[in-house]
Design a protein around this ligand. Structure first.
Ligand code: C2E
Ligand code: MG
Ligand code: MG
Length: 705
C-alpha cells in the first residue's frame, strides 16, 4: 500500500518521493486536491501526507472529504504546514487529522511520524480484528460469557448467557446480583466460596457447578469457569469467564436419555416435601431390575447389553406414556419420572397414586410389556424383570430410604422366582436383618463343622446299577435342623462365603473318595460329582485354592473318580478364566459336567470350545419328557451330545414312565427321586458295600435325604 503525497509544489513532491523511497515506502503523488480525490477513489492508500495550503481545493477540504469515507484508524492523515500554531491547524485536528509536520521538512522526523502512524494503525486494526473474532466466537459458541469489573462492580453478561436462561439481552442489567439472585439457594454459598477463594488467589482458576433459575422458574445446571486479574497490590480488579449449560449431562443417563440417579433422587425428595404439605398426596417408587442381565452381557457382549438397555428404556417410556391418566395432577410432567439408576436398574416415581393398587397396576403392565421378546444380534431374546414397590405411606424423610426399600422389595421378588414384583412392607426389613443373621451363622457353620455332604446316586437306567454319586451340600443348623443349599448357596455367593464353603465341600468329597477306596474294587469304580459355583471358577485365587486342595489329597492313584459340575451359565461368564480352569481340571483327569443343561442361553455349539465330559439335562425337561414338545428337545440334546462325544445324564427322574422315556430317547444314565433321594454318608457307604457285594438294584433306598 502506497503513501499519497499531496502538494502543489513539484519540488516538494519529488523531494518527498525520493526520501520516502529511500526509507522503503512506495509513494504516489497528487498535484492538487482534486487529483488527490481521484487517486483516493481508485487506490488503496496507507497514509496521506497533505499540504494544507493549495490553490483550488485546500488540504482541509480534502481532509473533510476523506473523513466522511475513511476514519482516522483506517487512513491516517499527516498535515504538512508552514505554521503549526495557526487556527487552520486546530481545525485540521478537529476534522480528523492524525498528526502534522512543519515546513521546511525535517525528513528524519517525517519518516518517524509516518512510521508511528502506520504502526498505530496496524495495532488498532489487529486489535479490532481480534475483538471482532472474539465477539463472533462469543455469539457462535454455546457458552455464555461474563465479565465482572470489580472496581466499578459492574457485571457484563453476554447475550448468550442471558438467552440460556430464557431472557432477552435488555432484560438483564449489569448488577452482579443479576447473577447471584438467580442461583439456587443450595448452591449459592458454594459459588461465593469458590469465587472468593479464586479472587484471593487461593485457586488457579474458578470452576463451579451451580443451578440457575430460568425465566420460567425452572433450574438449569451451569458450569462456570473464570479467571481473575489482580493489580500490582494483589487486589483482584476483574474476573471474567464462561458459563456452560451442563444440565443434560447432570440429569440424564447418556445411554438411555432417561433421568439419572441424581435427578431421580431430587424428584423423590420433592415428592416427599409435597407430601408433607398435603397429607393426601401419595407417591410410589418402583424399582426394576433385569433378571440375569449379567449373563446376557457376558454372553453377547457389552454392546448388545447396551442395546438391550436402550430397548428396555424405550419400552418403559412407551408403556408409561398413557399412565399419567391415573395421576391426580394429570398431564403434569412432575407426576411421573422414569430413570435409569445405573447398570440394569431402572426406577419409576409415580406421583398422585391413590394407593398400592395403582402402583401394582403399573408394575404389572411393565412386567407384561417387557416380556415380549427382544431382537438382539439377530436372535430373539426373552427378557424378564423383577420389580419392587415402595409406597410413601410408609412415611419417609429421605429419598435414599425410599429407594432402599423399593430395592429390598425387588430382591424379594427375585428370590421368589424372578419376573414378578413385590411391595415393600416392614416385614421385609426384618427379613433383611434375618438374612444378615444368617450370613453370620453361615460363617460360623463353616468353622464349626455344620456343613455335611449328602449323596444322590447316579444310576444306569437299564439295570439300576450305581455308577456314581452327586455330592449335595447340607447345613446342619443347631436350631433349624437340616437346611438345603437353595437357602444358603445364593447367600454364600453374594457374600463371598462360597470360597471357604466350597473348599470345605471339596475337602469332604476328596476324603469320601479316599474312604471309598478302602471298600473294594467295585466301589472304587464309582465316580463322585461335586458342584462348583461359578464364582469359584471365575476367581483366579479360588482356582488356585481348588488345585492346592486337590494336590493335598494326592488322588492320583490311577484314574480320578472326582468329577465337577458347573452350571451352564458358568460357561458364559468371563469365559477365558473358566476355559483355562476347565482345561487344567481335564489335564488332571477330572471330568467336567454341565449342570442344569437347557436352562441357560448357550448352544451346544458353544460347548465345543470347552472339554466337556458330561451334560446333565435339566429337571424341567425331564419332568415334561412324556409330552411331545419337551421330548423333542431332550431328543435333540441327546443326539447332538452323542455326536460330540459327550455323555448325558437325565436329572430329576421321578417316575418309571420318565425313566423309560429318557432311556428310549437314548439317555442311559439318570438321577432322581425315582431311584433315590440324596442320602447321608452312612447310607451311601452301605449302598456301595451292597454294590460291592453285587446286590443291586438301588431302587428301594431309605428316604432320609
Ligand atoms: P443340582 O446340582 O442340579 O442338584 C440337583 C438338585 O435336584 C438337588 O437339590 C437334588 O436334591 C434335587 N433332586 C434330585 N432328584 C430330584 C427329583 O427327582 N426331583 C426333584 N424335584 N428334585 C431332585 P439340592 O440338594 O437342594 O441342591 C440344589 C442345588 O444347590 C444344586 O442343584 C446345586 O446347584 C446346588 N448345590 C448343591 N450342593 C452344592 C455344593 O456342594 N456346592 C455348590 N456350589 N452348589 C451346590
Ligand atoms: Mg449338580
Ligand atoms: Mg442340576
Amino acid at each position: 500500500m502506497a503513501i499519497l503525497i499531496v502538494d502543489d509544489h513539484e519540488d516538494n513532491r519529488s523531494l518527498l518521493e525520493r526520501r520516502l523511497a529511500r526509507a522503503g515506502y512506495e509513494t504516489v503523488s497528487a498535484a492538487s486536491g482534486e487529483q488527490a480525490l481521484d487517486i483516493l477513489r481508485e487506490r488503496n492508500i496507507a497514509l496521506t501526507l497533505l499540504d494544507i495550503q493549495m490553490p483550488g481545493m485546500s488540504g482541509l477540504d480534502v481532509l473533510e472529504w476523506l473523513r466522511e469515507r475513511r476514519n482516522a484508524v483506517e487512513l491516517p492523515v499527516i498535515m504538512v504546514t508552514a505554521d503549526p500554531s495557526s487556527p487552520v491547524m486546530v481545525s485540521a485536528f478537529e476534522k480528523g487529522a492524525n498528526d502534522y509536520v512543519t515546513k521546511p521538512l525535517d525528513l528524519a522526523v517525517l519518516v518517524a511520524r509516518i512510521r508511528t502512524q502506520l504502526a498505530l494503525r496496524d495495532a488498532v486494526s489487529s486489535l479490532r480484528k481480534s475483538e471482532e473474532r472474539y465477539a463472533l466466537a462469543a455469539r457462535g459458541s454455546k457458552d455464555g460469557l461474563w465479565d465482572w469489573d470489580l472496581t466499578s462492580d459492574r457485571l457484563f453478561l453476554s447475550e448468550r448467557w442471558k438467552a440460556v436462561i430464557g431472557y432477552e439481552d435488555d432484560e438483564i442489567g449489569t448488577s452482579p446480583e443479576e447473577w447471584f439472585r438467580r442461583v439456587h439457594p443450595d448452591d449459592l454459598e458454594r459459588l461465593r466460596g469458590d469465587l472468593d477463594a479464586h479472587l484471593a488467589a487461593k485457586t488457579a482458576h474458578l470452576e463451579n457447578e451451580h443451578r440457575i433459575r430460568r425465566k420460567d422458574g425452572s433450574y438449569r445446571w451451569m458450569l462456570s469457569r473464570g479467571l481473575a486479574v489482580w493489580d500490582s497490590g494483589g487486589k483482584a480488579v476483574r474476573i471474567a469467564g464462561s458459563q456452560t449449560d451442563v444440565t443434560v449431562g447432570k440429569i440424564a443417563d447418556p445411554l438411555t436419555g432417561l433421568a439419572n440417579r441424581l435427578l431421580f433422587i431430587d424428584r423423590v425428595d420433592r415428592a416427599i416435601s409435597a407430601g408433607r404439605k398435603r397429607r393426601e398426596s401419595m407417591f410410589a417408587v418402583v424399582c426394576l431390575d433385569v433378571d440375569r442381565f449379567k449373563n446376557i452381557n457376558d454372553s453377547l457382549g457389552h454392546a448388545a447389553g447396551d442395546l438391550l438397555l436402550q430397548e428396555l428404556a424405550a419400552r418403559l417410556r412407551q408403556t408409561l406414556r398413557g399412565e399419567d391418566v391415573i395421576m391426580r395432577h394429570a398431564g403434569s410432567e412432575q407426576g411421573l419420572v422414569l430413570s435409569r439408576l445405573g447398570g440394569d436398574e431402572f426406577a419409576i416415581l409415580l406421583e398422585g397414586v391413590r394407593g398400592a393398587a395403582d402402583a401394582v397396576r403399573v408394575a404389572d403392565r411393565i412386567t407384561q410389556t417387557l416380556r415380549e421378546p427382544v431382537m438382539l444380534d439377530g436372535k430373539e431374546m426373552f427378557i424378564t424383570v423383577s420389580a419392587g414397590i415402595a409406597l410413601s405411606s410408609e412415611g419417609y424423610d429421605r429419598p435414599e430410604d425410599v429407594l432402599r426399600d423399593a430395592d429390598t422389595a425387588m430382591y424379594f421378588a427375585k428370590e421368589n422366582g424372578r419376573s414378578r414384583f413385590a411391595i415393600f412392607d416392614a416385614g421385609m426389613r426384618t427379613r433383611a436383618v434375618t438374612r444378615l443373621q444368617m450370613e453370620l451363622d453361615l460363617r460360623n457353620a463353616i468353622t464349626r463343622n455344620e456343613i455335611e455332604l449328602y449323596y444322590q446316586p447316579i444310576v444306569e437306567i437299564r439295570d439300576g446299577e450305581v455308577s456314581g454319586f452327586e455330592a449335595l451340600v447340607r447345613w446342619r443348623h443347631p436350631e433349624r435342623g437340616l437346611i438345603h443349599p437353595g437357602e444358603f448357596i445364593p447367600l454364600a455367593e453374594e457374600t463371598g462365603l462360597i470360597f471357604p464353603l466350597g473348599l470345605v465341600i471339596l475337602e469332604q468329597a476328596c476324603r469320601t473318595i479316599k474312604h471309598w477306596e478302602g471298600i473294594g474294587p467295585a466301589a472304587r469304580a464309582v465316580t463322585l460329582h461335586v458342584n462348583l459355583s461359578p464364582k469359584q471358577l471365575m476367581t483366579p485365587a479360588s482356582v488356585e485354592d481348588i488345585f492346592r486342595t486337590l494336590d493335598g489329597f494326592n488322588l492320583r492313584g490311577g484314574q480320578y473318580r472326582l468329577k465337577v459340575e458347573i452350571t451352564e451359565s458358568t460357561l458364559l461368564e468371563s469365559s477365558d478364566l473358566v476355559e483355562s480352569a476347565i482345561r487344567r481340571l481335564e489335564e488332571r483327569g477330572i471330568g467336567v459336567s454341565i449342570d442344569d443343561f437347557g436352562t441357560g442361553y448357550s448352544s451346544l455349539g458353544q460347548l465345543q470350545r470347552f472339554q466337556i465330559e458330561t451334560l446333565k439335562i435339566d429337571r424341567s425337561f425331564v419332568n415334561g419328557v412324556t409330552q411331545d414338545d419337551k421330548a423333542g428337545i431332550v431328543k435333540t440334546i441327546i443326539g447332538l451330545a452323542r455326536h460330540m462325544g459327550i455323555a448325558v445324564i437325565a436329572e430329576g427322574v421321578e417316575t418309571q414312565e420318565q425313566a423309560e422315556q429318557v432311556l428310549a430317547l437314548g439317555c442311559e444314565r439318570a438321577q432322581g427321586y425315582y431311584f433315590s433321594v440324596p442320602v447321608n454318608a452312612v447310607d451311601a457307604e452301605n449302598l456301595l458295600r451292597s454294590k460291592a457285594a453285587s446286590q443291586c438294584p438301588a431302587f428301594a433306598l431309605a428316604t432320609n435325604g
